[in-house]
Design a binder for this molecule. Structure first.
Ligand SMILES: C[S@@+](CC[C@H](N)C(=O)[O-])C[C@H]1O[C@@H](n2cnc3c(N)ncnc32)[C@H](O)[C@@H]1O
Length: 237
């Protein structure tokens, strides 16, 4: 029953996303939405200014999208759809984290951290003991680590790895954008999450978890670089 409700919710969400998304693409072109969004974000979250300036410096000549494509071509990973790049929209990041409590006992993992904006935000605005970003694209990790060093940031770490192979057992909160995952990768991811202890929290973007060990605590529908999409908040029982 819960699954049927979830699937119907997803279908309705995707339909709304398609219609809304198309309107937004046209609208954004006319009102320079990305720049406006960034200004609004920085007005509300000024601690992010040095981080965004540093990241912008690195992504001036090559965008994160171009870097992801170049790295994948270099490694012969052109067919790996699960590595498709996209970003959580800047203004959606605080909206997501308003729905979850993060304390000094928490270890936050962003599995597939891309350009790193989201992990830097959690590090700057929440007291998490550790914030860890993992991505398989080496250049993202190099850039994030230079930013950490230059800005002398603490309690934040980025690692180049396949997170499915990495030990993440100390994590208490996980953020995962599994948008382009096929059923095989979803199965591997669920297996990994199932092995973690009860009490952990997982924020899944686009794709729900099927395991009965995870209870859905909240659902949001927010903007991402590719369109509006589902945000599922889970707790492991
Ligand atoms: C859609 S992007 C999301 C980036 C960022 N989390 C955000 O929300 O803005 C997904 C990222 O996950 C990475 N990724 C996908 N599968 C991975 C894996 N198994 N191990 C490490 N990184 C992975 C991709 O390289 C990509 O940078």
């Amino acid at each position: 029953m819960k699954n049927i409700v979830l699937k119907s919710l997803l279908r309705i969400g995707k339909l709304i996303a398609f219609v809304l998304g198309n309107y937004l693409i046209i609208l954004k072109k006319y009102c320079n939405w990305q720049k406006r969004a960034k200004n609004i974000f920085l007005k509300n979250y000024p601690l992010m200014l040095p981080v965004l300036e540093a990241l912008d410096f690195f992504y001036l000549s090559m965008s994160p999208y171009d870097i992801s494509i170049a790295n994948r071509e270099e490694k012969g990973w052109q067919d790996k759809k699960e590595l498709t790049y996209g970003e959580t929209f800047l203004l959606s990041i605080p909206k997501i984290f308003q729905n979850i409590e993060i304390t000094e006992k928490d270890v936050f993992y962003e599995l597939g951290s891309g350009s790193g904006y989201l992990s830097f935000f959690v590090n700057q605005y929440y007291p998490a003991k550790k914030v860890i970003g993992i991505d398989i694209i080496g250049d993202f990790i190099k850039i994030c680590n230079i930013v950490i060093k230059n800005l002398k940031l603490n309690n934040i770490y980025f690692y180049e790895d396949n997170y499915l192979d990495k030990n993440i057992d100390d994590g208490t909160i996980f953020y995962i954008t599994a948008t382009c995952y096929a059923s095989e990768e979803m199965a591997l991811l669920e297996k990994k999450l199932n092995s973690l202890p009860a009490g952990i929290k997982v924020i899944m973007i686009s794709r729900p978890l099927n395991s009965p060990d995870f209870i859905l605590t909240k659902y949001k529908f927010l903007e991402f670089s590719w369109n509006f999409d589902s945000v599922f908040f889970y707790k492991k029982i």
